[in-house]
Design a protein around this ligand. Structure first.
Ligand code: ADP
Length: 485
């Protein structure tokens, strides 16, 4: 069925390179994971196309970087306003190409736009510094300047917001930007490009290069000397490759990589609130986010109060096409994602876990999987060691605070964590001991443009959002003046 949109101009099927809309000699299909239907065909761009986008970005950066932050901000605010005006269409395109429920897609558009707004405003406060010198004839001044051309590589799970979180600070600070969106979700990116052009973002400042040759297109972004920074969201495995590729030019890097978030419920927690938070932290985007609760630790005394409630609420979530009203769990993005979920559940069951609900594919077929809750989950099961990226909640029982802190930290990842308690001493002890970048305390919802998002350990480097997010796109330059007195 053709996609119903108010403005069909937003379903753009050409790439946007160096200010021009480009058809490809070859194209590839974008598939709706809920129906398996082809939505559109999009150009297969090549590393040479990435190069021309970089050349244009390099040329455009001088003029863009010379605008005042207020002038750049005004253009970005127009772009943000257009995103909000067209939110319904953008959300429908997003749901069609990656499957998340439409209500979540609408939320993502508003969330993505909030980063453009935040950084349009924040760049006006990219203060430098005047530092007291050690000698009376010296003056020390610090300037903040844009790093230059930024290359961006993003995944499919937030096709709009992952780009918005990077392009916002990049453009606001005076950088120019070459984006290579995921091959699974290029249409949301191209719709952003349509609106960027309408907002008056100058030619060459922003390019979107589509293609399935992830390695080739990525290699050009990482090794072209005109690119001064690479920003990536995706797996730790690919993050390592990109870091190595960027080593030669010592490019600046931001990496938002995998997570393995613990969700801890202490025995003094508000159980209803913890169930509600666990539902949000576990099932958003069908469990396909890097901050999704991947391991649920419940203190022994409240296991019987928490687990059945959580399982019943999980079983009540409606599985279906994201476009259908009331859908809470959309399809998994592809067969590979489904196979991983099935493998993790089977491995846990073989090793002694018990199902409270779900544990199988949905009767809808395709890549739909039932929300699943497992208990008696123990160390040594894959489901605790790897990111499942699906609607499966493994519950592990624990006895003491020290035990659960050790369990929670027993992972190479350090992105998000969550815990529920009403005790202040415990709150501080656990918050300070967890090895991660983000903690939700008595809440399952943590992302906002005002706060720094990012990981520790193998979950990455850099922060997106907040006052810290701008720094990742700026250089610090120190001027030392001898004023001759
Ligand atoms: P996932 O697909 O699980 O989100 P990946 O790390 O595989 O995580 O992919 C994230 C993004 O990185 C996608 O756009 C993908 O196409 C791209 N990608 C994958 N491998 C490479 C690579 N070797 N070089 C550059 N980009 C890559």
């Amino acid at each position: 069925m053709p996609l119903q949109l108010n403005d069909h101009g937003l379903l753009e099927c050409r790439a946007f390179v160096a200010g021009r809309w480009r058809e490809g000699v070859r194209t590839f299909a974008v598939i709706n994971p809920a129906t398996n239907e082809e939505i559109a065909r999009v150009p297969e761009m090549t590393p040479a196309d990435v190069r021309s986008a970089i050349d244009a970005a390099y040329l455009a950066q001088k003029a863009w970087g010379s605008l005042s932050s207020k002038e750049r901000g005004a253009i970005l605010l127009r772009w943000q306003a257009l995103m909000l005006e067209n939110a319904e269409d953008l959300a429908r395109i997003l749901t069609a190409e990656m499957g998340k429920p439409l209500a979540e897609a609408r939320g993502e558009i508003v969330y993505g736009a909030s980063f453009i707004q935040w950084f349009a405003e924040e760049a006006r406060r990219a203060y430098g510094d005047v530092i007291p010198p050690p000698q009376s004839d010296r003056r020390i001044i610090v300037l903040k300047q844009p790093v230059g051309v930024v290359g961006s590589i993003t995944p499919w799970n937030f096709p709009n917001a992952m780009i918005a979180r990077k392009v916002g600070p990049a453009l606001a600070s005076g950088c120019t930007f070459v984006s290579r969106p995921s091959e699974k979700t290029p249409l949301s990116a191209l719709a952003m490009a349509v609106l960027a052009e309408r907002a008056g973002i100058p030619e060459g400042v922003l390019s979107f290069v589509t293609g399935t040759d992830a390695e080739g297109l990525g290699l050009e972004l990482c090794t072209n000397p005109k690119v001064r920074k690479v920003t990536f969201t995706g797996s730790t495995e690919v993050g390592r490759i990109l870091w190595r590729q960027c080593a030669h030019d010592i490019k600046k890097l931001s990496l938002e990589l995998g997570g393995n978030a613990p969700f801890i419920v202490f025995d003094d927690a508000d159980i209803d609130k913890a169930v509600e938070g666990a539902l949000i932290a576990k099932y958003r985007n069908s469990g396909q986010t890097c901050v999704c609760a991947n391991r649920i630790y419940v203190q022994r005394g409240i296991l019987d109060a928490f687990a059945p409630k959580f399982a019943a609420a999980s079983a009540a979530l409606k599985v279906g096409d994201g476009m259908a009203p009331g859908t809470a769990i959309g399809p998994l993005v592809d067969a590979q994602g489904l196979a991983k979920v099935e493998d993790h559940v089977e491995d846990a069951l073989v090793k002694g876990a018990r199902l409270l609900t779900g544990g199988r594919r949905s009767s809808l077929g395709g890549t739909f999987y039932e929300p699943t809750v497992l208990v008696d989950v123990k160390s040594g099961m894959k489901i605790l060691a790897e990111e499942t990226f699906g609607p499966v909640a493994p519950i592990v029982v624990f006895d003491s605070i020290d035990e659960v802190i050790a369990l929670a930290n027993d992972t190479e990842f350090g992105l998000a964590s969550y815990f529920y308690t009403r005790d202040l001493r415990r709150t501080w002890k656990v918050a300070e001991a967890l090895e991660c970048g983000i903690i939700g305390i008595n809440t399952g919802l943590i992302s906002t443009a005002e706060a720094p998002f990012g990981g520790t350990k193998s979950s990455g480097i850099g922060r997106e959002g907040s006052k810290y997010g701008l720094d990742d796109y700026m250089e610090t330059k120190y001027l030392c003046m001898d004023i001759g007195v």
